[in-house]
Design a protein around this ligand. Structure first.
Ligand SMILES: Cc1cc2nc3c(=O)[nH]c(=O)nc-3n(C[C@H](O)[C@H](O)[C@H](O)COP(=O)(O)OP(=O)(O)OC[C@H]3O[C@@H](n4cnc5c(N)ncnc54)[C@H](O)[C@@H]3O)c2cc1C
Length: 471
């Protein structure tokens, strides 16, 4: 967003960042074994190709370094106010502007308010009794404690078997650390190769037209390859067979049984394993624990049957609150209603980018964004181009812009209608809060581009600020 705004001489903008550096996810998550789960070349800014990814799937440090390099080269830093958390935002009907308030009590007034606070950003901890009683070192996977040595005299515990829990356990296993992973529900895991990029591969991308050709091929491949998620049929069955075959390297039938998923492939986000997790967990320094956790005790983790697993270090790989979005920020829209009230039953949006009653507020990767099918940089590009068009249109009309309630309801109905038959229904996952519609895009990927290619003025309310109620 900053890059696109920077290209516009007629727009002045500020990025507020609560931390002291850029990078978001890739700054906060530094655990061992963290690699990007899509191809590195799908995870770069579309305006700045990187020909030099070291591997097919880049490690966290490399992604962070790339982001910082791009930010330096493109002059983003001068627009960023670091260590500045926005705690409240109120739409002022009289002026048609947003009043932002920082954690230190400063205020700013802006015409447009873009919420880019991330969707996997607020760590969550499990509701396990007496967590604070643990006498060893405990931390969340997104707050890794690098002061602890990978010393095989220490006994590590990892609670969780989502994407982070799988990558962490695998990395600790190969570091020869004594580790017990607590698995509440076995996951489908993609066992993949992660080769280093060769000199020739990097060179080839630099040849005229080659990069564009490869990116086009990639995009076509992604669109074709994801159909199994959207509808049942032979492609889905073949995928499930392939994933089940990864488990065949497990020699102990009891362990194999423990790690065999009992729901359909793709219903949860699929963890990626670069160093064969199923081989890693068979090492003598690794234990998989599927018994229910009863409570945390000073010595470690107490199980339902009274067994205590003694530990020195406990990692909570227990994920993020995926339904908060910008909150706890207090966001108040045009009629004095807060986003908390509007989202009381379920979080929702128009296209992932707007909420009726919140004029000139735009979300990046809000509810119903393509979390699971379109690569994030591509999804963002669709959204950002659309948002810029709306900003221009609103300015041209001297008005504010928000999606209408009717268009938002139509959009939600389209999402609901597309869900049956997709892989995301039928199991407990973090996309859904259990009652509502999952927060993702259950439609074909090219329809995401199509949705944002058109502006559909009828879906939007353009109101002069004087006509907006502030009650
Ligand atoms: C461990 C992990 C691995 C992941 N791996 C992948 C992957 O392989 N592929 C993939 O596509 N996606 C992955 N994701 C998802 C990833 O979050 C997105 O791909 C992407 O980083 C989102 O970028 P973002 O800028 O929207 O949000 P974030 O990266 O979360 O950045 C949000 C920024 O907003 C700041 N902020 C938040 N609230 C405020 C506030 N009130 N005031 C000021 N600043 C604020 C935060 O400090 C942060 O810097 C992963 C996520 C995690 C947690």
């Amino acid at each position: 967003m900053a890059e696109m705004l920077q290209r516009r001489a007629d727009i002045a903008f500020t990025v507020y960042e609560k931390a002291g550096e850029i990078g978001g996810t890739w700054r906060d998550n530094t655990y061992p074994g963290l690699f990007v789960d899509v191809l590195s070349r799908q995870y770069e800014f579309l305006f700045q190709p990187n020909y030099d990814w070291s591997r097919k799937y880049a490690p966290q440090a490399e992604i962070l370094a790339y982001m910082q390099k791009v930010a330096r080269e493109r002059g983003w830093y001068r627009h960023i106010r670091f260590n500045t958390e926005i705690v409240a935002a109120r739409f002022e009907a009289g002026t048609g502007k947003w009043l932002l308030k920082t954690a230190t009590g400063e205020t700013d007034t802006v015409d447009f308010f873009v919420v880019a606070t991330g969707f996997l950003a607020k760590p969550t901890y499990p509701d396990i009794e007496a967590r604070e009683s643990f006498a060893g070192r405990a931390f969340h996977s997104a707050r890794w404690d690098h002061s602890i040595p990978y010393d095989n005299r220490l006994r590590w515990g990892v609670i969780g078997s989502g994407c982070s829990g799988i990558q962490i356990t695998e990395a600790l296993a190969w570091k020869n650390v004594n580790v017990t992973q607590f698995v509440r529900r076995p996951q489908w895991i993609h066992i993949r190769e992660n080769p280093h990029a060769t000199w020739w591969e990097r060179m080839k991308l630099r040849l005229p037209g080659q990069y564009q050709k490869r990116q086009r091929e990639l995009w076509n491949f992604i669109i074709a390859g994801d159909a199994w998620r959207l509808r049942p049929g032979p492609e889905r069955e073949a995928m499930e067979r392939e994933y089940r075959s990864y488990l065949d390297v497990i020699r102990d039938p009891v362990l194999k049984q423990k790690l065999t998923p009992t729901y359909h492939l793709g219903c949860t986000r699929i963890p990626k394993s670069d160093q064969n997790y199923y081989e890693a967990v068979q090492r003598p320094n690794v234990a998989i624990e599927t018994r229910k956790i009863a409570r945390i005790v000073p010595e470690g983790v107490a199980l339902g049957d009274g067994t205590v697993i003694a530990l020195d270090v406990l990692v909570y790989a227990t994920g993020f609150d995926t339904h908060t979005y910008m909150r706890p920020m207090q966001v108040i829209g045009s009629n004095g209603v807060s986003i908390d009230e509007v989202w009381k039953e379920n979080v929702f949006s128009y296209g992932g980018v707007g909420v009726p009653g919140f004029p000139n507020m735009f979300l990046l990767y809000g509810p119903f964004a393509p979390l699971n099918n379109v690569p994030v940089p591509i999804g963002l590009e669709h959204e950002i181009n659309y948002i810029l068009r709306l900003m221009d249109e609103a300015r041209r009309r001297g008005a504010t812009v928000a999606p209408t309630a009717e268009a938002t309801e139509r959009f939600r109905a389209r999402i609901r209608a597309a869900l049956p038959g997709t892989v995301w229904v039928g199991c407990k996952n973090w996309y859904s809060d259990g009652e509502g519609t999952p927060i993702l895009w259950p439609l074909p990927q090219d329809q995401h581009a199509d949705f944002f290619a058109e502006t559909r003025l009828d879906d939007l309310d353009f109101l002069p600020s004087s006509q907006i109620s502030s009650s």
